[in-house]
Design a protein around this ligand. Structure first.
Ligand code: C2E
Ligand code: MG
Ligand code: MG
Ligand code: MG
Length: 293
């Protein structure tokens, strides 16, 4: 009877919830099939050295090439991939593909210093005992110098299980790869962990970069207080700084004044499929001082 009542209630009051659950189940089955069929592709967004306009590297960003829905952005499937564990094979694919692609770009477009490739890692991947071996395999298989691979982890992820996370990060660092804290400043965490963790790069979250050039409370330009503070903190800790989500030229000059060396954003380039980036590397010889989209 309880089952009957429950059924009746959901039919009357929560039809949307039922369809949402069915949608989730369907999506889960589709995602598992997508892993089997290899329906993922990697796009690459340039990171630019702000003072010179030189292309410093790229960030690998996964997309799902869905047979009917087209290109699905990561935020629409990464959470499900994490909760189902499918992020592990997906992440492994991104890592191998990004290392292979960067090695090919190094061969075709040598530069000094060589371009780096950044790969995002989620909490679920960092927990995976096989992660360090996957990274080592991707490096050996591609022949990419570990010094040119950056692994991005978010601040919130660093706080879940500090001793275990620390162990994994130290093992990754021992391979010679560099580590970046992604979306820095959004994790509401104690800052003290930054002194202890073996990280090399801070990526200043887009929400702080967005405030540069906005109007402040007194109608004058808003002071980019957080970017300035994060930049000082980064320098004190000898970390490299990358500003995320740069969309306007005036943000570039302000960031330079605040001693932020690197930037990434639609102002320079959107994430691009690998062949489009290859064309761009050929045309521009690595110079991204001017926007092109
Ligand atoms: P993220 O690592 O912080 O990557 C930056 C995101 O901001 C990308 O979104 C990028 O397209 C977007 N972006 C860059 N510049 C601008 C800009 O100027 N304006 C605006 N509005 N957006 C900009 P995308 O590709 O949709 O990725 C979203 C998130 O999904 C990533 O954030 C990352 O957390 C996650 N993700 C992407 N690929 C992977 C992956 O291979 N593995 C894992 N675990 N997570 C991934
Ligand atoms: Mg990232
Ligand atoms: Mg980010
Ligand atoms: Mg982000």
């Amino acid at each position: 009877a309880a089952k009957e009542a429950g059924k009746g209630r959901s039919a009357v009051f929560a039809p949307d919830m039922d369809s949402a659950i069915i949608g989730q189940l369907q999506m889960k089955a589709e995602l598992a099939r997508a892993v089997e069929r290899g329906e993922f592709t990697v796009h690459y967004q340039p990171t630019v050295e702000l003072a010179s306009g030189r292309l410093a590297g790229v960030e690998a960003l996964v997309r799902w090439q869905h047979p009917e829905r087209g290109l699905v952005p990561p935020l629409d499937f990464i959470p499900l991939a994490e909760s189902t564990g499918l992020i592990v094979p997906i992440g492994r694919f991104v890592l191998r593909e990004a290392c292979r692609q960067m090695r090919a770009w190094h061969d075709a477009f040598p530069s000094e210093p060589p371009m780096t490739v950044s790969v995002n890692l989620s909490a679920r991947e960092l927990d995976e005992p096989g992660l360090v071996a996957s990274v080592r395999d991707a490096l050996e298989e591609s022949g990419l110098d570990p010094a040119h691979l950056v692994l991005e982890i978010t601040e919130s992820l660093l706080l879940v299980d500090l001793p275990a996370t620390m162990r994994a990060l130290l093992e990754l660092r021992a391979l010679g790869v560099r580590l970046a804290v992604d979306d820095f400043g959004t994790g509401y965490s104690s800052l003290s962990y930054l002194e202890d963790l073996p990280v090399d790069i801070l990526k200043i979250d887009k929400s702080f970069v967005d405030r540069i050039g906005k109007t402040g409370p007194d109608d004058g330009p808003a002071q980019p207080v957080m970017v300035s503070a994060i930049s000082k903190l980064g320098h004190a800790l000898h970390l490299q700084l990358v500003a995320e989500g740069i969309e306007q030229e005036e943000q570039v000059s302000t960031l330079q004044e605040l001693a932020c060396q690197y930037g990434q954003g639609y102002f320079f380039a959107r994430p691009l499929p690998s062949d489009a980036l290859t064309e761009l590397l050929a045309e521009r010889a690595g110079q991204f001082a001017r926007p092109f989209v």
